[in-house]
Design a protein around this ligand. Structure first.
Ligand SMILES: C[S@@+](CC[C@H](N)C(=O)[O-])C[C@H]1O[C@@H](n2cnc3c(N)ncnc32)[C@H](O)[C@@H]1O
Length: 528
């Protein structure tokens, strides 16, 4: 498969592994409503935030939407739509090193995106998908990089969003669209679980109710089919109520067997025209139509446009607090509807003004939003607070949104490990337990796990224990962080192999073998 190369690629290709885990620190005064509803708003660089969230959410997110900087080269936007943002610039210099002096803004953009996309992939559920807004500046490079990270066979679509509906005369050819690239983890799982999209009012127009049918509007569907794979019981004569006789036209059969046809007649599902004299058809009620298969054309009258998005921002924050590139709530509604169901987790690591989380909240999804800028506090948190209070803009009416729920606001805290590789003193037992479980198993510690004893959990027949921060209180030497015979006797039993993490071990190799224990010393044998 052809791959894309750029200056700095070598330095970033596995950089996601070196990003240190950090603690996430709640800012209670910025959290709002029901803080236990599972919604997170995180202020900070998404590279660090994503890495720090992995032990908790790897493989659990159903839908990721991101709207990263498009790399247009424009300076001085409210959003840092360029890779000259000081934080990103410093990061590139540090990671790429001397080579960074030669980077073009396209190289830099790819260096910025690559490790973040790799981390994002690890959050997706097997049936999950990622949706990425982008325009012509970087769409070609992005597709190549996504093919490399997700696999070409996981490409779903390059959807075209009509962002504008009016002509711009200053351009040679007016630019009225951008893209939403869609990739998944497993194409079959995605296909089997994605939702259809509701019919537009134009599509619904063909459903009428000339006979005041109590089941509502309906349309007719032909009951003929090509005879290629027909069975003999799909050829029979149909007699209409008026006595007219119909056989399948040449080369055709009836769609149903005669037995099924008779059932449909008795259910009132066959229509013979208003005089009972026409070729039969079946009746399909509008209320029974699950929607239509999504396609790649997303016109502005269905999913909104940049003007509608700006109006939503003005309604929320007034004229003086604008963003340049908010997305309309209807665009996010379309994505979240196709890609997830109520209760699923939706993630956006380039949150901007908070559109994804606001819409996810109104649609009954859980969300994780990450935003680096100060507007995380001044806009995202304020917007999400309004949503909790029952704000009625955007898609609220369509979603019958009445308010409720809440979110926790976090900032990035200290790294889990200090510069010498030691666990930071302030790291709690439960934080380290989640990290240990994840680094041992590659899976997050299941929700509701009891982290009040050294037994953190079992995975594929193996138990994982952690001796840290005096979890055995003062009953044992060195607060129980060293594996001794006495400590062993206090450990919750497990019938099978065990991995025990602790600061030291005083058991002989023979005792460890007999107890089926593999001992791993903190901090040296902890993956960082
Ligand atoms: C185009 S905007 C997203 C707009 C958003 N879809 C909306 O509807 O408002 C991109 C956002 O990504 C943020 N961003 C850029 N780099 C980031 C990073 N490394 N970590 C977190 N946020 C970042 C920018 O501050 C900006 O707010």
């Amino acid at each position: 498969m052809p791959t894309l190369n750029w200056i700095g690629k070598k330095a970033v290709i596995n950089h996601d592994r070196d990003v240190p885990f950090h603690l996430l620190q709640e800012v209670p005064e910025l959290s709002f409503g029901d803080r236990n509803s599972g919604n997170l708003l995180i202020q900070g660089d998404n590279l660090i935030a994503l890495k720090s969230l992995l032990p908790y959410y790897a493989g659990r997110v159903k839908c990721i939407y991101i709207d990263p900087p498009y790399n247009t080269g424009n300076e001085g936007w409210v959003y840092n739509d360029n890779v000259n943002d000081p934080e990103i610039k410093a990061w590139i210099n540090q990671v790429v090193g001397k080579e960074a002096e030669d980077l073009s803004r396209h190289d830099k953009w790819l260096c910025m995106m690559y490790p973040r996309l790799k981390l994002l992939r690890d959050f997706l559920r097997k049936d999950g998908s990622i949706w990425i807004s982008i325009d012509d500046n970087e769409v070609t490079a992005l597709r190549m990089v996504l093919d490399e990270i997700f696999g070409r066979n996981c490409f779903i679509a390059c959807n075209v969003w009509q962002k504008r509906y009016s002509r711009e005369n200053r351009e040679a050819i007016g630019d009225v669209h951008e893209y939403v690239l869609t990739y998944c983890r497993d194409i079959d799982l995605f296909k089997n679980t994605r939702n259809k999209v509701p019919l537009t009012s134009e599509q619904a127009k063909v459903y009428k109710n000339p006979n005041n049918d109590p089941k509502g509007r309906w349309r007719t569907i032909p009951i003929t089919a090509q005879a290629g794979h027909a069975t003999p019981n799909q050829f029979y004569t149909i007699v209409t109520p008026s006595g007219r006789r119909f056989d399948p036209p040449a080369g055709n059969c009836w769609r149903f067997t005669e037995a099924r046809y008779n059932e449909l007649v008795s259910e009132g599902r066959i229509y013979f025209g208003k005089d009972g004299n026409s070729q039969p058809t079946t009746i399909r009620y509008l209320s029974e139509v699950p929607g239509v298969t999504p396609w790649t054309w997303w016109p502005s009258d269905e999913v909104g446009h940049t003007d509608s998005a700006k109006k939503e921002i003005i309604a929320l924050f007034g004229e003086n607090n604008l963003f340049d590139t908010p997305k309309p709530e209807t665009l996010l509604q379309r994505i979240i509807h196709i890609a997830s169901n109520p209760g699923d987790i939706v993630m956006d690591s380039y949150l901007g003004s908070g559109t994804t989380c606001a819409v996810a909240h109104k649609m009954g999804r859980q969300y994780i939003g990450i935003e680096m800028g100060e507007h995380c506090e001044t806009h995202c948190a304020v917007r999400l607070k309004k949503v909790v209070e029952g704000e009625q803009g955007g898609v609220s009416k369509e979603q019958d949104w009445k308010g409720g729920g809440g979110f926790r606001y976090y900032r990035l805290g200290n790294p889990l490990f200090d510069e010498y590789g030691n666990v930071f003193g302030e790291v709690s037992f439960s934080d380290l337990a989640k990290h240990v479980f994840f680094s041992e198993t590659g899976s997050p510690l299941p929700d509701g796990s009891d982290v009040s004893t050294p037994f953190i959990g079992a995975y594929e027949g193996r138990a994982i224990y952690l001796l840290y921060n005096g979890i055995l209180k003062d009953r044992n030497p060195r607060n129980g962080n060293v594996l001794t015979r006495e400590v062993l006797s206090y450990l919750p039993p497990f019938d099978g192999p065990k991995v025990v993490y602790g600061t030291g071990c005083r058991l002989s190799a023979m005792t460890l073998r007999a107890a089926q224990i593999e001992f791993k010393q903190i901090p040296y044998e902890l993956k960082r």
